[in-house]
Design a binder for this molecule. Structure first.
Ligand code: PEP
Ligand code: MG
Length: 312
């Protein structure tokens, strides 16, 4: 089975009954793009990697070079560049932040970017330059409200003006859905995005009030909790027919969860480089009607253990 999966890694992933599901690679370093062989796109580029372990922020030219190299490594496939996602829990020496009692509930993701307009402006400028030559998505992290998306979109428009070559044709805009309220308000965001990408790592931590990475509550922070699944379903409901729904959190890389996610309305899974082939193969085993039944049954489960039992 594993052999079959890797033999077919470069083929598109299509369900038994003909629904195409994109399988992307999550990129956290320049090397990941080449490691994600067979991926249809880079569905999440964690641009933080270009900002860590340095004395100052990379300038526009440096960022452009890094994103261009990634786009070239992906050889014409789309890259989804997530704007800088740092905050209280992931401090940068050159970005002094006031101490926060609850950094995960504080100034992180898009909240931080909007308080550092020059940092965001530089990054968006680099992204727009590359988007003139390659298919590029820009994605904003940790969005909670439509006002944040509007402000981020204004910053993007300003970057387009600053680069001065018009709006890049293939440039698409999306948000990460990782705050429960954003999932519930998906319909309010939908008119202003091309895609939603659900970050199940943070969405799980916020839904269950259980910090990711805290071993003492790891059993509670389970992405298969029916409460988390309900928020994925709500996102897909709010997205309607015109907005693509992706999952780029770790749940997307669980081959046993593929049918469930597809049944909930997800049409793109972005995963760690090592999981691309197996997730594509899992998609090929799905038929949509069965997947929808599975999703309905999972939503009716009392807990994650019951969902897991259903998936086996
Ligand atoms: C997530 O939260 O699920 C996600 C993909 O983003 P990160 O893990 O980088 O916070
Ligand atoms: Mg996240």
């Amino acid at each position: 089975r594993r052999h079959e999966a890797s033999r077919r890694a470069h083929e598109p992933a299509v369900t038994r009954d003909g629904t195409a599901v994109l399988v992307g690679v999550n990129v956290g370093s320049a090397a990941d793009a080449t490691a994600g062989l067979g991926a249809d796109l880079a569905g999440l580029v964690r641009t933080e990697f270009g900002f860590l372990d340095r004395a100052d922020a990379p300038d526009v030219d440096e960022q452009e070079a890094a994103y261009r190299a990634l786009a070239e490594a992906m050889g014409g496939r789309r890259i989804t560049l997530r704007t800088l996602d740092v905050g209280g829990d992931k401090p940068l020496d050159y970005l002094p932040m006031p101490a926060e009692a609850n950094p995960f509930l504080g100034v992180r993701g898009i909240r931080l970017a909007l308080t550092r307009p020059q940092l965001l402006a530089d990054q968006l400028r680099a992204i727009v330059r590359v988007a003139h030559d390659h298919p590029v998505d820009v994605m904003f992290p940790m969005v909670a409200g439509v006002d944040e998306l509007a402000a981020a979109r204004r910053a993007l428009d300003d970057a387009v003006d600053a680069v001065g070559r018009g709006r890049p044709e293939g440039l698409r805009v999306g948000i990460m859905v990782e705050v429960p309220a954003a999932a519930l308000k998906a319909a309010a965001f939908a008119p202003d995005v091309d895609f939603f990408s659900i970050g199940t790592n943070d969405l799980t931590q916020y839904t269950l009030a259980a910090e990711r990475g805290n071993d003492a509550v790891a059993g509670i922070a389970d992405a298969l909790d029916p409460g988390v699944l309900a928020l994925i379903a709500a996102t897909a409901d709010g997205a309607g027919d015109d907005v693509l729904v992706a999952v780029c959190g770790e749940l997307a890389g669980d081959e046993h969860a593929a049918a469930l996610l597809i049944g909930l309305g997800v049409r793109e899974l972005s995963v760690a480089p090592g999981s691309v082939a197996t997730v594509k193969q899992a998609v090929r085993d799905v038929d949509l009607a069965t997947a929808r039944d599975l999703a309905a049954a999972a939503l009716a489960c009392p807990d994650a253990a019951a969902v897991r039992a259903l998936l086996r």
